[in-house]
Design a protein around this ligand. Structure first.
Ligand code: UGA
Length: 437
């Protein structure tokens, strides 16, 4: 959705194919099926300008196209954690059947190393007569910030078949043209081989996931020794070699990308006989962390939450999205529910998506203060901006108890404690007593 719409914004004619009838109807009626700030306006403008269309007819969309982007899902396969490429291969086969004239078939989906080459094989088998090239153009968009990330990227990666120099040049020229507006902004455009581009995507996401996991472990250590993780993160981040981004401690990284891509990279490494042990550990530490967070809340409650009312602020895996995939709130709320707590939850965008994945007994509230109503404990799961400005006195007026577990460090420990709360957060000595040896 975002890439297609942004290409249209660059002045390119884009036809988006959507096979889900409900989603297609919504799109044709101008309703955007995902929550992404700014996307609705951009879609509307480009549809009006006649550059962006939605349909379910692959042949019509592919006819005369210079490039066809495959952006279907590659979910984790159950059991081995590998990315499931069946949707990609199915899409490619359909594209090959209807392509007319030279076409570059580009993967936007995050696919295992070697997928581009397999795609080329499938196309050759399906349409031996077709003149085509395969390219890999991984996306680095963050949900909630995707348009900005597309329009002002740190870099664009374009991988083409390094063993086919003539095809490489033709494909590169088409993709270079597509990204010309970014070229003018002096965005680095890195041309690589197919396998390299595929591995860049997994390496980038896994490195960021590892960085988060590192600061999460340092955060735990801070609690034991009386250090402050915010100061540690800021100070190490000032070293340009480390960088200050993605050093916010959390109840664990979630979403549709980091958990899936870290698992996939470990599978790629194992299969290639070159295990990526740092990432294997990252996966394990992160999964354990989410469970630990549930236990932390239970311990904070005094070891037993049965019969307690727990207010929960934020459910999605991060703010500015309605995405609940692999959100830390899922295991945490599950533990609280199993422990017999009554849960009152509020999320500004994710309540519809949360319902099917959270315990049935959760009560969904109209706003943050409603979630705090009668609560013995309040737990912050996602750092939506609107929670930061909540006055502690207002929370106190709604709550029955005086305990806050802030798992995103959104509040100043002193201000919250001054308002009479018993407060824990992540890795900050003002909020947690140092461990007594
Ligand atoms: C991630 C990458 O950041 C994008 O560059 C990439 O394009 C995308 O995956 C993808 O592969 O499609 P996204 O999953 O939207 O983007 O979200 P992030 O902002 O990266 O956050 C992921 C998780 O890490 C969230 O649960 C967030 O709360 C957590 N996180 C992030 C932290 O716990 N601490 C941080 O400092 C930053």
């Amino acid at each position: 959705m975002v890439s297609g719409t942004c290409f249209a914004e660059f002045g390119t004619d884009v036809a988006i194919v959507e096979t889900n009838p409900d989603r297609l109807t919504a799109l044709r009626e101008g309703r955007i099926p995902i929550y992404e700030p700014g996307l609705d306006r951009l879609v509307e403008e480009n549809v009006e300008a006649g550059r962006l269309t939605f349909g379910d007819d692959i042949a019509a969309a592919v006819k005369g196209a210079d490039a066809v982007f495959v952006a279907v899902g590659t979910p984790s396969r159950r059991g081995d954690g590998q990315a499931d490429t069946s949707y990609v291969y199915a899409a490619v086969e359909q594209i090959a059947r209807v392509a007319d004239g030279y076409t570059v078939i580009v993967t936007k989906s995050t696919v295992p190393v070697g997928t581009g080459r397999e795609i080329a094989r499938i196309i050759r088998k399906t349409r031996p007569d077709l003149d085509f090239d395969v390219a890999s153009n991984p996306e680095f968009l963050r949900e909630g910030n995707a348009i900005q990330d597309f329009m002002r990227p740190d870099r664009v990666i374009i991988g083409t078949d390094q063993y086919k120099p003539e095809g490489t040049e033709r494909a590169q020229n088409i993709l270079r043209k597509l990204y010309r507006p970014l070229y003018l902004l002096e965005t680095p455009i890195v041309f690589t081989g197919l396998e390299t581009a595929e591995l860049i995507k997994y390496s980038a996401n896994s490195f960021l996931a590892m960085k988060i996991t590192f600061i999460n472990e340092i955060s735990d250590l801070c609690e034991k020794v009386g250090a402050n993780v915010n100061d540690v993160a800021r100070s190490i981040g000032l070293d340009g070699r480390i960088g200050k981004k993605f050093l916010h401690p959390s109840p664990g990284f979630g979403g549709s990308c980091f958990p899936k891509d870290t698992r996939a990279l470990t599978a790629i490494g194992r299969n290639a006989g070159s295990p990526v042990r740092l990432i294997e550990t990252t996966v394990a530490v992160n999964e354990q962390r989410m469970k630990d967070m549930g236990e932390r809340v239970i311990a904070f409650a005094g070891g037993d939450v049965s019969g307690l009312t727990i207010g929960v602020l934020g459910l999605t895996f991060k703010p500015e999205t309605d995405d609940m995939r692999e959100a830390a709130s899922i295991p945490v709320l599950d533990m609280l529910d199993k422990g017999g707590a009554k849960i009152r939850a509020f999320d500004p965008a994710g309540m519809t998506t949360a319902r099917p994945v959270l315990p049935k007994s959760v009560t969904y509230c109209t706003d943050a203060l409603d979630a705090a109503k009668g609560a013995d404990i309040l737990v912050v799961m996602t750092e939506w901006n609107e929670f930061r400005s909540l006055a502690p006195e207002k929370l106190a007026a709604e709550m029955k108890g005086r305990k806050i577990a802030d798992l995103r460090n959104i509040w100043d420990p002193k201000a919250i404690k001054d308002a009479g709360f018993d407060y824990i957060s992540l890795g900050r000595p003002d909020a947690v007593q140092p461990h007594q040896a």
